[in-house]
Ligand binder design. Structure first.
Ligand code: AMP
Length: 115
Protein backbone atom coordinates (compact mmCIF):
# COMPACT_ATOMS: atom_id res chain seq x y z
CA UNK A 1 0.00 0.00 0.00
CA UNK A 2 1.30 3.47 -0.81
CA UNK A 3 2.14 5.70 2.12
CA UNK A 4 -0.23 8.55 2.96
CA UNK A 5 0.30 11.91 4.60
CA UNK A 6 -1.15 10.45 7.81
CA UNK A 7 1.62 7.81 7.97
CA UNK A 8 4.10 10.67 7.77
CA UNK A 9 2.33 12.42 10.67
CA UNK A 10 2.55 9.20 12.72
CA UNK A 11 6.30 9.01 12.00
CA UNK A 12 6.69 12.75 12.78
CA UNK A 13 8.02 13.36 9.27
CA UNK A 14 5.54 16.21 8.84
CA UNK A 15 4.08 18.38 11.61
CA UNK A 16 0.58 18.18 13.01
CA UNK A 17 -1.24 19.62 16.00
CA UNK A 18 -1.44 16.36 17.94
CA UNK A 19 -3.99 16.31 20.76
CA UNK A 20 -3.98 12.63 21.80
CA UNK A 21 -1.78 9.58 21.41
CA UNK A 22 -1.45 6.07 22.76
CA UNK A 23 0.02 2.82 21.42
CA UNK A 24 -2.94 2.27 19.06
CA UNK A 25 -4.23 5.66 17.91
CA UNK A 26 -3.15 9.19 17.17
CA UNK A 27 -5.39 12.28 16.98
CA UNK A 28 -4.62 15.70 15.55
CA UNK A 29 -6.47 18.82 14.46
CA UNK A 30 -7.76 18.88 10.88
CA UNK A 31 -5.80 21.36 8.77
CA UNK A 32 -9.07 22.60 7.18
CA UNK A 33 -11.53 22.62 10.08
CA UNK A 34 -15.26 22.37 9.35
CA UNK A 35 -16.31 23.15 12.93
CA UNK A 36 -14.79 24.92 15.95
CA UNK A 37 -13.47 21.50 17.01
CA UNK A 38 -12.43 19.24 14.14
CA UNK A 39 -10.04 16.45 15.04
CA UNK A 40 -8.97 13.41 13.07
CA UNK A 41 -8.58 10.15 15.00
CA UNK A 42 -6.50 7.56 13.19
CA UNK A 43 -5.15 4.09 13.93
CA UNK A 44 -1.38 3.74 13.85
CA UNK A 45 -1.86 0.58 11.78
CA UNK A 46 -2.23 1.37 8.08
CA UNK A 47 -5.83 0.48 7.18
CA UNK A 48 -6.97 2.27 3.99
CA UNK A 49 -10.75 2.48 4.39
CA UNK A 50 -13.74 1.30 6.41
CA UNK A 51 -14.13 -1.45 3.78
CA UNK A 52 -10.83 -2.96 4.90
CA UNK A 53 -11.96 -3.39 8.51
CA UNK A 54 -12.06 -6.92 9.82
CA UNK A 55 -14.51 -7.29 12.70
CA UNK A 56 -12.26 -9.72 14.56
CA UNK A 57 -8.78 -8.37 13.84
CA UNK A 58 -9.64 -4.66 14.14
CA UNK A 59 -12.06 -4.72 17.06
CA UNK A 60 -9.54 -3.35 19.55
CA UNK A 61 -8.51 -0.56 17.17
CA UNK A 62 -12.11 0.56 16.65
CA UNK A 63 -12.75 0.48 20.36
CA UNK A 64 -9.60 2.54 20.99
CA UNK A 65 -10.60 5.10 18.36
CA UNK A 66 -14.03 5.60 19.93
CA UNK A 67 -12.59 5.73 23.45
CA UNK A 68 -10.20 8.41 22.20
CA UNK A 69 -13.12 10.37 20.71
CA UNK A 70 -14.92 10.41 24.06
CA UNK A 71 -11.78 11.41 25.94
CA UNK A 72 -10.92 14.18 23.48
CA UNK A 73 -14.51 15.48 23.50
CA UNK A 74 -14.27 15.93 27.27
CA UNK A 75 -10.86 17.61 26.97
CA UNK A 76 -12.16 19.96 24.25
CA UNK A 77 -15.27 20.86 26.30
CA UNK A 78 -17.78 19.54 23.74
CA UNK A 79 -18.90 16.33 25.46
CA UNK A 80 -21.92 17.80 27.24
CA UNK A 81 -23.44 19.46 24.15
CA UNK A 82 -22.52 16.54 21.90
CA UNK A 83 -20.57 16.05 18.72
CA UNK A 84 -20.50 14.20 15.40
CA UNK A 85 -18.26 11.28 14.37
CA UNK A 86 -17.82 10.75 10.62
CA UNK A 87 -16.08 8.19 8.44
CA UNK A 88 -15.86 9.06 4.74
CA UNK A 89 -15.47 5.89 2.68
CA UNK A 90 -14.07 5.93 -0.85
CA UNK A 91 -15.32 8.02 -3.81
CA UNK A 92 -18.97 8.71 -2.97
CA UNK A 93 -18.10 9.07 0.70
CA UNK A 94 -15.72 11.88 -0.20
CA UNK A 95 -12.62 10.17 1.18
CA UNK A 96 -9.39 11.99 0.25
CA UNK A 97 -6.80 10.31 2.45
CA UNK A 98 -6.66 6.52 2.28
CA UNK A 99 -5.59 5.92 5.86
CA UNK A 100 -8.63 5.13 8.01
CA UNK A 101 -9.71 8.17 10.01
CA UNK A 102 -12.66 9.28 12.06
CA UNK A 103 -13.63 12.96 12.03
CA UNK A 104 -14.62 14.34 15.45
CA UNK A 105 -16.64 17.51 14.88
CA UNK A 106 -18.15 19.73 17.53
CA UNK A 107 -18.51 23.16 19.03
CA UNK A 108 -21.54 24.10 16.92
CA UNK A 109 -24.96 22.72 16.00
CA UNK A 110 -24.62 20.10 13.24
CA UNK A 111 -27.23 19.79 10.48
CA UNK A 112 -28.85 16.75 8.93
CA UNK A 113 -28.89 15.61 6.16
CA UNK A 114 -25.27 16.36 5.20
CA UNK A 115 -24.44 17.73 1.75
P1 AMP B 1 -11.36 12.66 4.14
O1 AMP B 1 -12.01 13.51 3.09
O2 AMP B 1 -12.35 11.97 5.04
O3 AMP B 1 -10.34 11.73 3.56
O4 AMP B 1 -10.63 13.67 5.10
C1 AMP B 1 -9.29 13.99 5.03
C2 AMP B 1 -9.07 15.16 5.96
O5 AMP B 1 -7.69 15.30 6.19
C3 AMP B 1 -9.57 16.49 5.41
O6 AMP B 1 -10.55 17.02 6.30
C4 AMP B 1 -8.32 17.35 5.35
O7 AMP B 1 -8.56 18.69 5.70
C5 AMP B 1 -7.41 16.65 6.37
N1 AMP B 1 -5.98 16.82 6.17
C6 AMP B 1 -5.28 16.63 5.02
N2 AMP B 1 -3.97 16.82 5.23
C7 AMP B 1 -3.83 17.15 6.55
C8 AMP B 1 -2.72 17.46 7.39
N3 AMP B 1 -1.47 17.50 6.91
N4 AMP B 1 -2.96 17.74 8.68
C9 AMP B 1 -4.22 17.71 9.18
N5 AMP B 1 -5.30 17.41 8.45
C10 AMP B 1 -5.12 17.13 7.15
Amino acid sequence: MSETIFSKIIKREIPADIVYENDTVLAFRDINPQAPVHILIIPKEEIPTVKNLDPVRHGEILSAMHAAANEIAVAEGIADDGFRLVYNCCKHGGQEVYHLHMHLLGGRQMKWPPG
